[in-house]
Ligand binder design. Sequence first.
Ligand code: AMP
Length: 113
Amino acid sequence: MSESTIFSKIINGEIPCEKLYEDEFCIAFNDISAQAPVHYLVIPKEPIISLLDISEKDKDLLGHLILVGKKIAIQKNLKNWRTVINTGEDSGQTVFHLHVHFLAGRQMNWPPG
Ligand code: AMP
């Protein structure tokens, strides 16, 4: 279980977000510091810290996060996007509550750096 993070505060409504979608398992909202013209996050309501903490029991939840992100992408008429999950500080993870980034609207580079 993760400690209270900014994302748990978004989930319980303590701090606002630009919400795109919500159901009993997850919430999706625009990233506050967008790295592309489209940049949103899909996060589980369950306070999982990162992919290091997932197991077999989470496979439906993880699939759900990706499918919700895809549905939003389709609603936005996107045909190209990048999906990122940072795991651990060295990867760039700054919020220790699992989240899936969806970025689109510009040419992406590889390697990501
Ligand atoms: P990561 O670096 O993978 O942990 O991504 C965390 C992301 O959360 C960053 O892209 C931040 O800009 C974003 N973020 C942090 N606080 C908020 C917030 N209050 N609302 C929306 N996005 C946020």
